[in-house]
Design a protein around this ligand. Structure first.
Ligand SMILES: [Zn+2]
Length: 177
């Protein structure tokens, strides 16, 4: 998925979280973006350089013209950060470390789950990385242009508003006074 959709889904999880967690929407949004840090800092700059971009930051089509990125360590770091094994061993153990930790951990998971259907073919995610089992998704959100991203943002903002509306009636114990 695109980063905007990830952020809104994370913020929606923040909306579900207890209201006494400060900045819960930002925490949800930020942790829903976190797996793609590896993309931003490693894969895109390296691939951009490989593809000869003036500003070393890859375009989506560079992935298609340079499939050798699949074997590069930067791409493997990305796969690792998008795997359930990474989540299970390096993210989930923090569950009871902080009041906001469950929110952050679930937001991170939302990213991994959303990327499963939205990456297909050889660029499918590998949910059990380092085991090389590729999940062949249904579409390729990483090839989306502004119009598709806009549509996805509108759709997910609708979900956010529905959740927000339901939160008037659905409350955590700590919110009932
Ligand atoms: Zn991702």
């Amino acid at each position: 998925m695109d980063i905007f959709t990830h952020f809104i889904i994370g913020a929606s999880i923040g909306e579900i979280a207890p209201k006494d967690i400060k900045n819960r929407h930002v925490i949800g949004g930020a942790f829903a973006l976190l797996p793609d840090i590896t993309n931003l800092l490693l894969v895109h700059p390296y691939l951009g350089w490989l593809a000869g971009r003036t500003i070393p930051f890859a375009y989506a089509e560079d992935f298609i013209s340079h499939p050798e990125i699949l074997n590069h360590w930067t791409y493997h770091v990305w796969l690792f950060s998008h795997g359930l094994i990474f989540w299970l061993f390096f993210v989930l153990p923090f569950w009871s470390q902080h009041r906001a930790a469950p929110l952050a951990i679930l937001a991170y998971l939302s990213h991994v789950l959303m990327d499963l259907p939205s990456h297909s073919g050889i660029y499918g995610t590998q949910p059990f990385y380092p085991f090389p089992l590729i999940f062949d998704g249904w579409f390729d959100a990483w090839l989306w242009g502004p119009l598709e991203i806009f549509g996805s943002v509108i759709f997910c903002s609708g979900i956010f508003l529905i959740i927000r509306q339901s939160r008037k009636y659905l409350k955590w114990e700590s919110e009932i006074s």
